[in-house]
Design a protein around this ligand. Structure first.
Ligand code: MRU
Length: 346
């Protein structure tokens, strides 16, 4: 499958000392890559959603942690360990709802301690630990990309030529790197001449559907129609929608799905209209430590995202009280299937 972006959404330079990120806040108007060289810059890039999407957040945290170690000068293993743990802890509080961030950072920590004990036994140089950390972070990214290809194949298997899919938020190239999760089967269908049609929900308040998904599908030449989120019901009742594909930030042990706020409303509508509702994500996104979706912390974001962010002038009276949860929980009972690299499970 081909990617329609010239570069990956998140990339480490060959020397491992800079992280290059496509600034998603500027899309669709500008495709600008930013160079990140400190933990603080990465922290703000994640919290301000310059890099966003659960899997891209995990990838950038792992690559960023390796980058920070590569730039840190010391010959003392204990000093390196202290800095590693500081950066890891700091990046881990950037966003709370996507499990990939924690899993990928923990995997980096396991790698660090494996290399550290090897170094203590053999007197290996610190540079070797840094190389191993860099290789581990690159593997995390490559594994996710490979996983997305398998997810795309399974999702594509559900589609017939001319299939009409509704999607929410952005779970494509930008949310992972290259193919994406929920958009992967659509790209594959397009490549195979199936001419899929897609209804893209704009996804208030930050418009990931309008700004990012419509942009990605447009690049791939997919027949995409943008709708406001509150139009999903009339579209499902009047048009042919064969199925809904969404991504996930965390899947709880009981199959509840935490995804962009508004996903659960779409699932309720889908159940009402009898439209199959699929969640596509790597198996890594299933968190066995969270019994239900209500055990996942839901990020609350600032009110100005609702009243000002994408408007020339405030869209509500100054001082209006705003509630802005970034995610919601879709109960497992409303989900037709969860598609991972291992297949489709209910
Ligand atoms: O706040 P965001 O834009 O990082 O949220 C992303 C999502 O919730 C996406 O819908 C997605 O499914 C998870 S990323 C593949």
């Amino acid at each position: 499958m081909k990617s329609f972006f010239e570069n990956d959404a998140v990339e480490l330079t060959p020397d491992g000392k800079e992280l290059i990120i496509l600034d998603q806040t500027l899309l669709p108007n500008q495709e600008k890559y930013i160079h990140i060289t400190t933990a603080e810059q990465l922290f703000y890039a994640i919290t301000l959603l310059k890099v966003r999407g659960s899997h891209a957040i995990g990838i950038s945290a792992a690559l960023g942690l390796a980058m920070c170690m590569n730039r840190f000068e010391t010959n003392d293993l204990r000093v390196l360990e202290k800095e590693f743990l500081r950066v890891k802890k700091y990046l881990a509080i950037s966003r709370p709802s996507a499990v990939d961030l924690f899993t990928d950072l923990n995997r980096m920590e396991s790698c660090f301690y494996e290399q550290m004990s090897a170094a203590e036994e053999s007197g290996e140089a610190i540079d070797r630990i840094k190389d191993r950390l860099t290789a581990e972070a690159r593997n995390i990214k490559l594994e996710k990309i490979k996983t997305c290809l398998a997810i795309a194949e399974y999702g594509f298997g559900l589609m017939k030529p001319g299939a009409c899919i509704m999607t929410y938020c952005n779970a494509g190239h930008l949310a992972v790197s290259r193919y994406g999760t929920a958009l992967g089967p659509i790209f594959l269908a397009q490549e195979n001449g199936y001419m899929p049609k897609v209804f893209v929900c704009e996804t208030r308040p930050l418009l990931q559907g309008a700004r990012l998904t419509a942009y990605e599908l447009g690049k791939a030449g997919v027949d995409a129609t943008l709708i406001c989120d509150n139009m999903a019901s009339i579209v499902m009742s009047r048009k042919k929608v064969d199925m809904i594909f969404v991504g996930a930030d965390t899947v709880a042990a009981n199959g509840d799905v935490v995804n962009k706020v508004g996903t659960s409303g779409l699932a309720i509508l889908a159940q009402h209209y009898g439209v199959p509702f699929y969640v596509l994500c790597p198996s890594q996104t299933i968190d066995s430590n969270r019994p239900t979706g209500f055990d996942v912390k839901i990020e609350e974001r600032p009110g100005y995202e609702v009243t000002e962010m994408y408007f020339e002038k405030p869209s509500a009276p100054i001082g209006t009280k705003v509630y802005n949860p970034a995610f919601d929980v879709t109960p497992a009972s409303m989900i037709t299937g969860i598609i991972t690299e291992n297949g489709i499970s209910k």
